[in-house]
Design a binder for this molecule. Structure first.
Ligand code: G1P
Length: 293
């Protein structure tokens, strides 16, 4: 039995950094090579044991959930034409896990978005995973490490990256204590988007959370924080203050930020360079382009 069955993906934002495209296409569906970012995140959740994905979405973003529904007509056409590879690609997302939606009709913050998914939980959900679709954490597998830490130490477990101090104000930042394990730290405090001089460490939340169900009670008790929004960080800080165990797994791998065009392009180039069809030619072109020819 996995430590969690349900993964929540907050995807209700307007995607303003990708305007004008996001007038018509949700940013979660923009392709990293040929696959939408949200499928990469859903695959990660399924690989870690999730059987249900709750996409928190806003009115007008139905295409995100639609992407996970089977497309019988398209599948029949591809089958008739003998396009087995394409058929497998088309069937991949609907076969990953069960997808449900929860509607966030006001942009009140990440904490509020997560709280909107409470109605989708069952009595069996003692803990939930939250994956922010802007963050690709590479290589995948950190959620399984986080689940192992919850099993051993209980409570909630988050993923931390060691971030350069000058960038720390963009993140939720952990106040940590060492445990015997270099990759696992106890969290004794958490603060959303501090000034660099106020940051308790350079360990920042990076879009992967394994949260005890008690988070939903804490989310009902927070008030607007950084940016005037209901922050998930503040609900976690509240649990810590009440003695709830919180730990981080320090991820030493890579990370892409799909939330802005610059980060998105790096992810697309990174994935394309690894792709057998596109990698070799792209690599050659990039080398020539950067050499100025
Ligand atoms: C959110 C969280 C923040 C976290 C970050 C990771 O911030 O509020 O704690 O560190 O995601 O990407 P956002 O990037 O939505 O401002």
């Amino acid at each position: 039995m996995s430590a969690f069955q349900t993964a929540i993906v907050p995807a209700a934002g307007l995607g303003t950094r990708f305007l004008p495209t996001t007038k018509a296409v949700p940013k979660e569906l923009l392709p990293v090579v040929d696959t939408p970012g949200i499928e990469l995140v859903a695959t990660e959740a399924a690989e870690a044991g999730a059987t249900k994905l709750v996409i928190v979405t806003s009115p007008g973003k139905d295409a995100v959930a639609e992407y996970f529904r089977p497309q019988p007509e398209l599948e029949a056409t591809l089958e008739e034409r003998g396009k087995a590879d394409l058929l497998a690609k088309v069937r991949r997302a609907p076969n990953l896990l069960t997808v449900e939606t929860a509607i966030q009709d006001k942009a009140l913050g990440l904490g509020h978005a997560v709280a909107c998914a409470e109605g989708n939980l069952t009595g069996a959900d003692d803990a939930v995973a939250v994956l922010l679709p802007d963050d690709l954490v590479l290589p995948t597998g950190v959620l399984s490490k986080m689940a192992a830490v919850r099993e051993k130490l209980g409570g909630s477990v988050l993923c931390a990256f060691d971030i350069p101090k000058e960038q720390i104000s963009a993140y939720g930042v952990f106040d940590v204590k060492d445990t015997g394990d270099d990759d696992v730290k106890q969290v004794v405090g958490m603060v959303e988007k501090p000034k660099p001089e106020d940051a308790p460490s350079t360990f920042a939340a990076a879009g992967r959370y394994l949260l005890d169900r008690s988070i939903f009670d804490a989310l009902k008790r927070i008030t607007p924080g950084a940016g005037g929004e209901l922050q998930l960080t503040d609900a976690i800080a509240l649990l810590i203050n009440e003695g709830h165990p919180v730990h981080v797994v320090v991820h030493r791998g890579g990370r892409h930020d799909l939330g802005n065009p610059g980060g998105f392009l790096k992810a697309a180039v990174d994935f394309a360079l690894e792709h057998p069809d596109y990698g070799p030619e792209l690599g050659e072109w990039l080398r020539a382009r950067l050499a100025g020819s």
